[in-house]
Ligand binder design. Structure first.
Ligand code: TRP
Length: 324
């Protein structure tokens, strides 16, 4: 049986880019019988900012988004890594297995440093090692992630391999499931992103959704064509319509006249596609204590797994002093 670990930073509620890019994929894997662990990576929020925002509220929104999208809470372990002390302790031996030069080369970290507009912090440089602990503490063998996470996954595999070489077989080298899921653009034509405020949130209302779609950038060519490179904004709208309806983006472009008609279709299609999710989300959000008890259960299970892994790691490193 496979075990998947993936997750995100609680920097805000999830948007349709997350849904089409990754969350629908996780739901599918879980339904196929893959054991599912989802980390709400709260300590990762401070990699590129000083202010955590209302982190508890963001944890709640993310968990509601998972459940509304179809993650089965009875079968999934949803946890916040700050509540799992043994996980963090794995970072010490893991740090000893990588060089600063290797950490310096990580293109995702470089891009995040540049976007943050500040100096490289010790945590920003080393969080990929921490992310390896997120993955290896539970011996996950599959990690569904977007392409930007590929360097972190390679590092995780390197750490698992080096640990095994030095101390004996302990960790499986996890395999990344790189989604070829589309990169969804935001209303401003740039990649949809929580921090850019250009997204359509899963929790948004139908009216907001229609309004946001209507405000999306397009170009001045009235004739619709599906050309992701030459006409990214129009192609993005066609893609969204296609993801919701199953009709090919080229076909949609052929039968519609102008971007106004396209926006009307995308608005309606998104509202219809998201309606069941949003109805479920409203019900879940109204249940008092639901998210808190789910996260408490997930944290308890994650602690059991992390404690067992840390015990094993220390024993393999010769740090077992019971019969000294
Ligand atoms: N870095 C991931 C992101 O920004 C979130 C994350 C934290 C993660 N720990 C993880 C993803 C472990 C996969 C596996 O989206």
């Amino acid at each position: 049986m496979h075990r998947m670990l993936t997750g995100e930073r609680p920097t805000g509620p999830l948007h349709i880019g997350h849904l089409f890019g990754s969350v629908e994929n996780r739901v599918r894997l879980q339904r196929e019988g893959v054991e599912t662990l989802l980390v709400v990576a709260d300590y990762q929020v401070i990699t590129d900012r000083d202010d955590t925002g209302d982190i508890a509220a963001n944890v709640r929104e993310v968990v509601l988004d998972y459940l509304a999208a179809g993650i089965d809470p009875a079968a999934a372990t949803i946890f916040t890594h700050s509540a799992v002390p043994a996980l963090h302790q794995l970072m010490l031996p893991f740090l000893s297995l990588v060089s600063v030069a290797e950490l310096d080369r990580n293109p995702t970290v470089k891009a995040e440093r540049a976007a943050s507009g500040r100096a490289m912090s010790g945590l920003l440089l080393t969080y990929p090692v921490h992310q390896a602990a997120d993955i290896l503490f539970c011996h996950a063998d599959v990690v569904p992630v977007g392409r930007d996470q590929q360097p972190h996954l390679e590092l995780t595999r390197t750490i698992a391999r080096r640990f095994n070489q030095r101390y004996g077989d302990t960790f499986v080298e996890p395999v990344g499931l790189l989604s070829d899921a589309p990169v969804v653009l935001g209303t401003d034509g740039r990649k949809m992103s929580k921090s850019r405020g250009n997204g359509i949130e899963l929790r948004a209302t139908a009216d907001e959704t229609v309004r946001l779609v209507r405000s999306a950038r397009t170009d001045s060519d009235r004739h619709l064509t599906y050309d992701p490179v030459g006409r990214p904004e129009v192609a993005n709208l066609l893609l969204l319509a296609s993801l919701c309806t199953g009709e090919g983006p080229e076909q949609i472009a052929e039968r519609l006249d102008g971007s106004g008609a396209l926006k009307a279709l995308v608005g309606d299609a998104l509202v219809a596609h998201l309606a069941p999710l949003r109805a479920r989300r409203r019900e879940l959000a109204a249940e008092p204590g639901l998210v808190a008890s789910l996260v408490a259960e997930g944290n308890a299970r994650a602690n059991e797994l992390a404690d067992a892994t840390l015990r094993d790691v220390r024993a393999r490193m010769g740090m077992d002093y019971a019969s000294i």
